[in-house]
Design a protein around this ligand. Structure first.
Ligand code: GDP
Length: 197
């Protein structure tokens, strides 16, 4: 049964001061722009437009909250790694995301989405370093697995496993497009929340 299907858009915030009350349980999604973060959120919640795949300008730089029930939430963090973004914007995102990971007690897990063809870019490594530092379990999702052969998928998983050895980091390959690997992502998230059927 899909326990994430009941996700409903709650609110978007642009600043840490605007954040919702820090209670209950949440799992956040992060990733470079174009990794398929919106597609993956839509696929695991079985809602075509929950996270807008056609990006609404403005919204993409905000932290978007989705409610599962009165105690549990999913959180869509702003995508990072745009080549054209100015340095001050980059610094702003960095401070927003780092601040969120640092101070959010209800944050119980981070799902870090990568394009499986380009795993662990600098900004992804930064995200993982913060999760390790602030002791938040992380799941590295290697998305767009439909673009690679079984062998190449295994190589990408091995690469990430080697690079994250000894840390509280899990790895899964997915295809949001083909709906592959989604159950593992669902189960990982549900384990970190406090949901009942
Ligand atoms: P976001 O910027 O990380 O939110 O990424 P989107 O969800 O908007 O996806 C970016 C592009 O990658 C879109 O063209 C999607 O159709 C495509 N995409 C997303 N997931 C997959 C996938 O699993 N396989 C393939 N082949 N394309 C995907």
């Amino acid at each position: 049964m899909n326990l994430l299907k009941k996700a409903k858009f709650l609110t978007s915030v642009a600043k840490l001061e605007q954040m919702l009350a820090d209670k209950g349980f949440e799992v956040a999604f992060a990733g470079r722009s174009n990794c398929g973060k919106s597609s993956l959120i839509n696929a695991i919640t079985e809602q075509g437009k929950l996270a807008k795949t056609s990006k609404t300008p403005g919204r993409t730089q905000m932290i978007n909250f989705f409610e599962l029930d009165d105690r549990n939430r999913l959180v869509d963090l702003p995508g990072y790694g745009f080549a054209k973004v100015k340095e001050d914007m980059r610094m702003y995102w960095q401070a927003l995301i780092e601040g969120y990971l640092q101070e959010r007690n209800s944050l119980k897990g981070v799902v870090l989405i990568n394009d499986i063809r380009h795993p662990l870019k600098d900004s992804d490594r930064q995200m993982l370093e913060w999760s390790i530092h602030f002791k938040i379990p992380a799941l590295v999702v290697l998305n767009k697995s439909d673009k690679l052969t079984r062998n190449q998928i295994n190589q990408a998983i091995q690469f990430v496993r080697k690079e994250t050895k000894g840390e509280d980091i899990d790895i899964v390959a997915t295809s949001a497009m083909r709906k592959a690997g989604l159950e593992e992502v669902h189960d990982w998230i549900v384990e970190r929340l406090d949901l009942s059927e």
